[in-house]
Ligand binder design. Sequence first.
Ligand SMILES: Cc1ncc(C[n+]2csc(CCOP(=O)(O)OP(=O)(O)O)c2C)c(N)n1
Length: 365
Amino acid sequence: MLFEDYDPLAGRRLSILSPEGEIDEELRPPELDDVALLELYDRLVALRQADQQALILQRAGRMGTYPPTLGQEAANIGSAAVLEPQDWLVPSFRETGAMLLKGVPLKLIYLYWMGCEWGSHFPLEVRVLPVCAPVSSQTLHGIGLSWAAKLKAENSVTLIYLGDGGTSKGDFHEAMNFAGTFKTPAIFFIQNNQYAISVPRTRQTAAPTLAQKAIAYGFPGMQIDGNDLLAVYLATGAAVTRARSGQGPSLIEAVTYRLGPHTTADDPTRYRSAEELEEQKRFDPLRRVRIYLENRGLVTAETEAARQAQHQQWAQEQAREAEAAISYNPDEIFDYHFAHLPPYLVEQKAYCQRIVAAKRESGHA
Ligand SMILES: Cc1ncc(C[n+]2csc(CCOP(=O)(O)OP(=O)(O)O)c2C)c(N)n1
């Protein structure tokens, strides 16, 4: 129903919580009462602290690189919040919050960005794939999972994340085509944060929306306000219901904005204006939930400060645990890709081992 109401060709975008903190009660999901909203808000704040800690680690040279979620917290948390334990979450690389909500420990996420192989080794019961650096390739992995679930008649759905830039890759279109043709229980969740590194959304596609791409593949798409926690929650919930009841895939385009750099290696001032950034801060996804909760007396300056301090402490502890768990073995770069290494990689592995041994001998490793 929701997907019909928000047909992307009609130019409608789902929004429930305004930037001024007002809720459209008619659209409000009934289970998201004030208490549930406060809990989700808590996750938003935790994510912002986790992100902040990652930036500190990176700037101190204790982490390789990191893609901040700043500005995209509602898209992360609102979407993953509707999943059940048996469902699969397939991230791209800007889904720290979604991964946390699904049960990946923060210390593993830190460990991954510190360059340690074991940061991708999640507890088996946590149905989350590792961070996927090759843009959009995860869409195909996700479709494989959703097809398997269908063949096995498992009651699980697969939530696949990608960015606006990811929609320009062939993988995305192959995955969409397969999902539509075989009606797999998959959800394509596009975090349209307006930029693929420095490339603006207008250079990705001539189509007015990314949501309408679904129509060509025979299933529905919907554009939503991705900075609106409630809209994200409602839309993803509707897509999950469709998938679980055998109606096949759906696509959600969450229109959001990346308030920070693409990664810590990026300088966004080179491709976007200070005015644009200032303008976007008004739509900060945390701010609008906080205003609503403040107006209801559920959040005050004191509870806010205490909440932030508590999450900051958690993030610091997770960082300490990650650093204590680091083990770098260069062999691992080669060990997990093939059952039998092809000869050219056997050669490269031996070369790498010689270099590491030489560095160790000279005290440089
Ligand atoms: C196959 C491939 N091509 C290019 C890159 C380099 N690259 C890394 S992130 C990125 C942009 C991704 O943009 P988008 O999908 O919009 O996601 P966002 O970073 O905005 O979250 C590119 C081109 C890559 N990682 N993989």
